[in-house]
Design a protein around this ligand. Structure first.
Ligand SMILES: Nc1ncnc2c1ncn2[C@@H]1O[C@H](COP(=O)(O)OS(=O)(=O)O)[C@@H](OP(=O)(O)O)[C@H]1O
Ligand SMILES: Nc1ncnc2c1ncn2[C@@H]1O[C@H](COP(=O)(O)OP(=O)(O)O)[C@@H](O)[C@H]1O
Length: 201
């Protein structure tokens, strides 16, 4: 784990190194830690894909754990809303959590809208390069027509403010490892592509 706290000395906190290394943990699990970051609009298919990929990886004996926007906002990030500042803080904390899982040697499937490139880059940096950015891509019309939670309907009526794709921005990934076009692909095809990429990398 990289040290990041710049003012550590002022706060009287000192990094304590353990004896077990990242390599030791990976060897024990017979895999490499990885943060698989799924970004895209609400309804693009992030959670659906992550749930299926998790099952497939587990079947293959991999140590895998899913972090999902809705779920994390029930607990760790229940104090945060959807302003740009709160979304940044949401992703900052999740990037740190994902980095800890990666450090433990696990494969993390992180599904968050994560609308800003700067924060996705931060998550990549914290994962020390063991990072796969996947753009789960579907245009806003497709996502709104799916509307699995009825949120686009509410957003269009003005009942939800700052709704991504409607009244808040989404910055498309600049250089993702993988783009999954869920407006064109079936769920099965999308899952297969993501799974193969993870297993091959
Ligand atoms: N205003 C607004 N904009 C976008 N999404 C909203 C909003 N309000 C609630 N929701 C619900 O919150 C889920 C997204 O949370 P995330 O933590 O992934 O968002 S972010 O990364 O901080 O932008 C998102 O889940 P997904 O549909 O799975 O993406 C929604 O269910
Ligand atoms: N190729 C695909 N990949 C993932 N989901 C898809 C795909 N095609 C259609 N869908 C549907 O789109 C919806 C996506 O919802 P969800 O996974 O909750 O999205 P998100 O987590 O991005 O908000 C689901 O109803 C799913 O069945």
């Amino acid at each position: 784990m990289q040290k990041t706290e710049e003012n550590a000395e002022d706060k009287n906190i000192v990094w304590h190194e353990g004896d077990i290394t990242y390599e030791d943990r990976c060897k024990n699990l017979d895999q490499q830690g990885k943060v698989v970051w799924l970004t895209g609009l609400s309804g693009s298919g992030k959670s659906t894909i992550a749930v299926e990929v998790e099952k497939e990886l587990l079947k293959r004996g991999k140590a895998v754990y899913r972090l999902d926007g809705d779920n994390i906002r029930h607990g760790l990030n229940s104090d945060l809303g959807f302003s740009a500042e709160d979304r940044d803080e949401n992703i900052r904390r999740i990037a740190e959590v994902a980095a800890l899982f990666r450090e433990a040697g696990m494969i993390v499937l992180a599904s968050f809208i994560s609308p800003y490139q700067e924060m996705r880059d931060f998550a990549r940096e914290r994962a020390e390069g063991d990072f796969i950015e996947i753009h789960v891509k579907a245009d806003v019309e497709t996502c709104a027509s799916r509307d699995p939670k009825g949120l686009y309907e509410k957003a269009k009526k003005g009942e939800i403010k700052n709704f991504t794709g409607v009244s808040a921005p989404y910055e498309e990934p600049e250089d993702p490892e993988l783009v999954i076009d869920t407006a064109e692909l079936s769920v099965e095809e999308s899952v297969e592509k993501v799974l193969n990429y993870i297993l091959e990398n």
